[in-house]
Design a protein around this ligand. Structure first.
Ligand code: ARG
Length: 554
């Protein structure tokens, strides 16, 4: 719509217009669009008031109902009815593809997300990475890219030497089977406590990791088992969240793919010795990147270098995204710089998408010692609370457990995604589950309400529009904005744009519905049904892009 108006203005404008010049006034009485003429005064040697009057009196277009010159502005009122008809027809016709684009031209974007560490609890940070990464994947897909979701499992590193040692000394198979992560975490903590008293344990741990790296079959079998058991636990969380992955190639996958990388670094003269370790020196203000320890063991960065190169070869990505917390920013800057020094121009297409912490009472929710917050329990608690709400407010509802799960999990997802990812977020389950305010349930509820009206209205196919009132118009303007929101969210890798958009649309719809007697006015019913159906299409698609379920009843 904006482009049509801009073109119409251009035909009568004495200067070249650009899209950003055309504003959308906050108050509807100032029109749907406004063109401030102040910037043109100098070149045209005329007052803004005169310029505005000239443009306003000569502009003509079927979409423009009225043009007014007010104090140097051209205020434009569009022809709501023609816009409404065209837009609603488009949305009903395109349905779930409304707002989709081919922008990405099928280019592959790898997304490194979730990536929990085996034998450790799935943390709040991993939740954020999973939820934000999944939404970014959906947004990119809607914009014509081909996302590849990679769960880079943390299944390698010296800590597994310690864990093997601890299990061999104090472990019990039965216990691990019953509660894998809890038991393995306990063993790991015990290892650290005992190692403080007996430092030779550390040597044993190091030797065990070396054995693992050298392919010792006993060590490998045990490690494999820890991994299988841990992944089973993670899978339960992914099932609840409704998230899947295209690859689970984690750190261990790169165990035999690092030698060529280290060789390449050597050949290119980038590897230098520092205190017995091998490092790559980086730009002045950056600490060197550690590639190999003095005992020959490789490091986190070494594995990420191998993984980045492998992904480039395998997927030929146009962009490679890493959804990992703020605290790893230095690591990703180092990895990118090393790749750059190796001559891999494509390091420029690597993007670290950082995010903040989840806080409780202003403090980091920690998974360390004693303070373990088991994510699965948090999700279950949210579902239970949602279930209680249903029992109180809508006891006759069918599919209660399905609805409770969609609402409970959705509440957590939404409260995470509605804020810009860089912000820390405060965790408050009760607040997240409120049906008022900017919450997931609020948006889901607006959508369910819209469905209930449609059920009562019955089937209506063709419609015409005789008049669009102010409430309807606010909703229509937002519906028209959806494709722009989708495009911007994908460009900025920012799901919060969609979350905020969904709240705005839900609010506009609620106030329309609260002020207009939809079912009583038979003449307008077909048009209003089309409007409401369009709202459900766009709300449902917005929720889907956030990884949430829309419900027809709740
Ligand atoms: N497993 C790591 C952690 O829990 C996150 C891995 C992030 N991805 C990567 N390619 N380094 O901290």
């Amino acid at each position: 719509m904006k482009n049509d108006i801009l073109q119409a203005l251009q035909t009568v404008s004495p200067v070249q217009l650009e899209e950003h010049m055309l504003e959308r006034p906050a108050q509807s009485k100032l029109g749907d669009f406004a063109l401030p003429c102040f910037p043109f005064a100098k070149v045209l040697r005329k007052s803004p008031v005169a310029i505005a009057e000239e443009i306003a009196s000569s502009v003509k277009h079927p979409l423009i109902r009225k043009a007014e010159a007010v104090n140097g502005y051209v205020n434009l009122f569009v022809n709501r009815e023609s816009i409404a008809i065209a837009l609603l027809q488009t949305i009903l016709e395109q349905s779930t593809t409304y707002g989709s684009s081919n922008e990405g031209n099928g280019g592959v974007v790898t997304i490194d997300l979730s990536s929990p560490n085996i034998a450790k609890p799935f943390s709040m940070g991993h939740l954020r990475s999973t939820v934000i990464g999944n939404s970014i994947a959906l947004l990119l897909e809607k914009n014509g890219y081909q996302p590849v979701k990679i769960n880079y499992i943390g299944d390698w590193g010296t800590q597994f030497g310690k864990l093997l040692t601890a299990y061999r000394k104090w472990g019990n198979e039965e216990e691990v089977r019953n509660a894998p992560i809890e038991t393995l975490l306990k063993l790991y903590i015990q290892f650290h406590e005992e190692a403080e008293l007996d430092p030779t344990l550390d040597d044993e741990g190091r030797a065990a990791f070396k054995a693992l790296e050298d392919g010792n079959s006993d060590a490998l079998a045990l490690w494999e088992w820890f991994k299988t058991e841990s992944l089973k636990e993670f899978q339960r969380i992914y099932d609840l969240l409704g998230v899947g992955f295209d690859s689970y190639n984690g750190e261990a996958y790169y165990n035999d793919k690092m030698d060529p990388v280290v060789e390449e670094l050597e050949d290119k003269g980038l590897l230098v010795e520092s205190d017995g370790a091998m490092v790559v020196d980086l730009e002045e203000d950056m600490p060197p990147c550690l590639i190999k320890k003095s005992d020959g063991a490789t490091l986190y960065a070494t594995r990420d270098l191998a993984a980045a190169i492998d992904r480039k070869n395998k997927y030929d990505f146009v962009k490679s995204i890493y959804v990992v917390g703020n605290e790893q920013s230095l690591h990703f800057t180092q990895v990118k710089q090393v790749l750059g020094k190796m001559g891999h121009e494509w390091e420029k297409t690597i993007v670290h998408v950082p995010f903040g912490l989840i806080l409780q009472g202003g403090k980091k929710m920690s998974t360390r010692k004693g303070k373990i917050v088991l994510l699965e329990e948090v999700l279950k608690e949210a579902i239970d609370l949602a279930q209680k709400n249903i029992e109180e407010k809508n006891p006759t509802l069918g599919n209660q457990s399905e609805v409770a799960e969609a609402v409970g999990v959705g509440a957590i997802l939404f409260s995470d995604l509605k804020q810009h990812r860089k912000h820390d977020i405060e965790f408050n389950l009760e607040a997240m589950l409120q049906v008022e305010g900017e919450t997931g349930p609020y948006v889901q509820y607006a959508n369910a309400r819209a469905h209930s009206i449609l059920r009562k209205a019955g089937d209506v196919s063709s419609f015409s529009v005789s008049e669009v009132n102010d409430h309807e118009w606010e909703t229509i303007k937002l519906l028209e904005q959806f494709p722009h929101a989708v495009k911007r969210a994908a460009e900025e890798l920012d799901p919060s744009i969609i979350a905020k958009y969904a709240v705005d649309l839900a609010q506009a719809f609620n106030s329309f519905y609260g002020n207009v007697q939809v079912l009583a006015d038979h003449a307008q019913l077909p048009y209003r049904s089309a409007l409401i159906r369009s709202v459900t299409i766009v709300l449902t698609e917005s929720l889907r892009l956030l990884g949430m379920k829309a419900l027809e009843e709740m």
